[in-house]
Design a protein around this ligand. Structure first.
Ligand code: ADP
Ligand code: MG
Length: 780
């Protein structure tokens, strides 16, 4: 039972005040068919909207089943619309992108009825209005009468107590109007039907009660009703709630009706994503290239600390004025040449060595200590004893005076000593950078290996030194070499002192061979792995630095070493020696355990900088003669370091980010347009009991779909673009596969695109939810 008490509703537009409802008091029975007749603008629609909760009265009260609505909250009204009233409009107000059955189900979808029950109820309602077929058609495929039947089915599907019909036959011909009236009359048997109409004949024919309305007032009532004195409150509401899933489905069907528009929108807004993805892909690829180039460069140009260094810092002041001629002053100045002036003697001490060994292994791939120690080796080829020279260069002459100096004269990488110093696992330097072709990896310090180049060539001199008689181009079976043995002779057995006081190597013979206690074995033949940047060993024989240490241990107290320590002449030639030369000579004789030079191979330019500042720290506060000066050979190499790249990347991402923001604003505008376009739909949803939040949810869901789609589309396009971009860059620079999408970044980008789009669309979605339902439905 519905009671209206002194209802007032006033509209104010500018200075015009319209009393749409002017003190309306009327009571309705639970089951009756009330027709409201009245001229246009008399307030009939307003009355229905206020009864239906689409619009709210200014004062008075609506009492439903004994319950006053004065204290109804917004959610109460939403629930009231959803399960107490059903609306039928002149213009049907079906949602065009939903099928017939979905339109009918919509109210129940909003109130959270499960899909099976929803479907059954919807079919029952459609049967009731005589529409068993066509249920999967879209509204625009039906006739007006059929559409109005769908609207009626929708209104009654949730089984409301009150049916509100606003000129339901206004757009229909007489015959169809009568059909619709019959249906409504039938429904009024167990519902309260309040119908506004222009047509007095129809009202006379079908309605059970006729109310005349004018200027917001009731003029006459054919069958007034006085309710019993105290009506018990039997009203009860079921709260509505639309699930996210249903919001998504609703938005999805809407999006599917405008595929072209959606695709274009998504494409336009994906451009930002494409931009960022491409920039990141390129940066990713370039970073890889840079890392590789860095290691390669640093492997070729290690930090070197040798006995003689050039102090470049001494130069810097003079360099500035270098280009300009001074004014001729009429005299000349005597000057020591720069290169001499800047020559610095490094005294590598045990303390410094310990300091170097503390360099963080993460910063340096490898540290080589070049000791320049001479190996006194003998080979026995079928009884023929001969010397074996493991020279580091092609120069196979035993010129001890310049011993090992050449190892430093080029870039310092002519070394055949593989480090075991910094390796935690034995031979890990060899195993990570080399492949074993034949034989075994060296285990003992007395195991040596033959290093081939990548064409499997061995240095002819190295082979000759091993005692093999070979010609250029000759092919040699590796197994012949494996296991070949040599004898390591101590200085005391190797050198003899002449009466002049000089020492000379003895002629090798069987006795010398037998005297040697150390046997050296050629354990294996190795070659660098493909693309190994740190395969530093020269083509030839390579041995571990532990062997060097062993030799130094054997020889540091030998006669020749003692003699050399006490003499300023070269004990081998009797020639005078400079201080630095003496140290070198001692080192080559195994008289010094200190290395003549140190090579440090940083892992990257960044770690190189760290190592350099670590080395600089050593010199702090030291006298200039005690300083140790290193040479940074990679310093001259142009550095495109990761830092520069990430700077460039940031700038580019920022630019691309702007287009992402632009597309976000665009989505906002599009959502707003969509809101305007779908004003009617919002009204219908509200009439069916949708809460504000449900409306927001529907539009949020739509922008979510749009955002996610544009993100995925953007990543997909960017992925496709990486191929031609890589091809172009390969053509220009020979760098393969530079554009590489990182999948984690791709996923993050899709998420960002979705979130940004949702942010952009959320404001219009909120605006949509705030729209006045009554106004929304009035708009045509
Ligand atoms: P009817 O349905 O009987 O033709 P309405 O209820 O639609 O009449 O309108 C009653 C009066 O209220 C009219 O004068 C109309 O212009 C006015 N009116 C209706 N809605 C609004 C509104 N949202 N703002 C201002 N005036 C309104
Ligand atoms: Mg009207």
């Amino acid at each position: 039972m519905l009671q209206l008490e002194h209802l007032m509703k006033t509209y104010k537009v500018g200075d015009t005040i319209t009393h749409a409802l002017n003190d309306v008091t009327i009571n309705f029975r639970n089951h009756e068919f009330v027709a409201i007749l009245g001229p246009s603008g008399s307030g009939k629609t307003t009355l229905l909207n206020v009864i239906g909760g689409l619009d709210h009265y200014d004062s008075g009260d609506i009492i439903i089943n004994g319950k006053s609505t004065k204290n109804f909250t917004q959610t109460d009204w939403d629930a009231y619309r959803n399960n107490t009233v059903g609306f039928i409009f002149q213009s049907y107000n079906l949602i065009p992108h939903l099928s017939i059955i979905e339109n009918v189900e919509l109210g129940m979808t909003l109130s959270g009825v499960d899909s099976k029950e929803r479907h059954e109820k919807a079919i029952a309602a459609l049967k009731k209005v005589g529409l068993g077929e066509h249920i999967y058609k879209k509204p625009n495929q039906l006739s007006g009468g059929q559409m109005q039947r769908v609207a009626i089915a929708r209104a009654i599907a949730n089984d409301p107590d009150i049916l509100l019909c606003d000129e339901p036959t206004g757009a229909l011909d007489t015959k169809t109007s009568k059909d619709i009236m019959k249906i409504i009359k039938e429904l009024s048997k167990d519902k309260l039907v309040i119908m506004v109409t222009h047509n007095p004949e129809l009202a006379d024919e079908y309605a059970s009660r006729i109310v005349h309305f004018q200027d917001g007032k009731i003029l006459s009532d054919s069958d007034p009703y006085t309710p019993p004195k105290d009506v018990k409150d039997t009203f009860h509401l079921k709260k509505t709630k639309m699930s996210y899933w249903n919001a998504l489905k609703l938005s999805f069907t809407n999006i599917m009706t405008k595929k072209g528009q959606t695709f274009l929108t998504a494409f336009a807004s994906s451009i930002g994503i494409i931009g960022i993805a491409i920039v990141l892909a390129l940066s990713h690829g370039f970073q890889k290239q840079i890392d590789e180039t860095q290691t390669k460069t640093l492997a070729q140009f290690p930090i070197s600390i040798s006995q003689t260094a050039t102090d470049l810092s001494a130069n810097s002041n003079r360099e500035k004025s270098n280009n300009k001629n001074v004014k001729y002053r009429g005299y000349l100045t005597a000057a020591i040449p720069d290169n001499e002036k800047n020559t610095h003697q490094n005294h590598i001490t045990q303390a410094y060595l310990n300091y170097i060994k503390k360099i963080n292994p993460a910063y340096a791939n490898n540290i080589s200590f070049i000791r320049g120690t001479q190996l006194n080796l003998l080979s026995n080829n079928d009884g023929k004893i001969s010397k074996v020279e493991f020279s580091n260069t092609n120069n196979s002459q035993n010129s001890l005076a310049s011993a090992q100096l050449q190892s430093m004269n080029t870039m310092g990488i002519n070394t055949n000593v593989f480090p075991t110093t910094l390796d935690s696992k034995k031979n890990s330097f060899l195993k990570t950078n080399y492949q074993l072709l034949e034989g075994k990896w060296p285990k003992a310090s007395t195991d040596v290996v033959l290093v081939l180049n990548n064409k499997d060539e061995a240095n002819l001199n190295a082979l000759t030194n091993l005692g093999l008689k070979v010609k250029d181009g000759q092919k040699i079976d590796l197994s012949k070499l494996i296991g070949k043995k040599f004898k390591l002779v101590t200085n005391n057995d190797y050198y003899q002192k002449l009466s002049t006081g000089t020492y000379v190597p003895k002629t090798p013979d069987q006795a010398m061979y037998n005297s040697a206690s150390t046997t050296i074995t050629l354990a294996g033949v190795i070659r660098s792995k493909n693309n190994s940047q740190m395969a530093l060993l020269d083509n030839g024989i390579a041995y571990s630095d532990n062997l060097t240490k062993k030799i130094i241990n054997q020889n540091k107290n030998s006669e020749i070493v003692q003699a050399q320590k006490n003499s300023n002449l070269n004990v081998l030639t009797n020639q005078p020696l400079a201080n630095s030369q003496k140290e070198q000579l001692l080192a080559s004789l195994g008289g010094s355990s200190l290395p003549s030079s140190i090579l440090i191979y940083p892992t990257s330019f960044d770690s190189k900088d760290k190592i350099l500042s670590y080395l600089d720290k050593w010199n702090k506060g030291k006298k200039s003669s005690a300083k140790i000066i290193y040479t940074d050979m990679s310093g001259t190499v142009t550095q495109l370091t990761g830092g520069v790249l990430s700077g460039i990347t940031t700038v580019l991402v920022a630019f691309a980010g702007i287009s992402l923001i632009t597309s976000m604003i665009m989505i906002g505008i599009l959502t707003y347009t969509s809101v305007l376009e779908r004003t009617k739909e919002i009204g219908i949803l509200k009439a069916l009991g949708a809460r504000k939040r449900d409306i927001t949810r529907v539009f949020d869901a739509e922008t979510f779909i749009l955002g996610a789609f544009s993100g995925v589309l953007g990543i997909f396009i960017a992925y496709l673009l990486t191929f031609p971009i890589s091809a172009i860059i390969y053509n220009m620079t020979d760098m393969p596969n530079v554009a590489q999408l990182d999948w984690l970044q791709a996923i993050i980008l899709v998420v960002i695109a979705t979130i940004l789009t949702m942010i952009g669309g959320h404001l219009p979605a909120k605006m949509a939810a705030k729209r006045d339902a009554a106004e929304a439905l009035r708009s045509e």
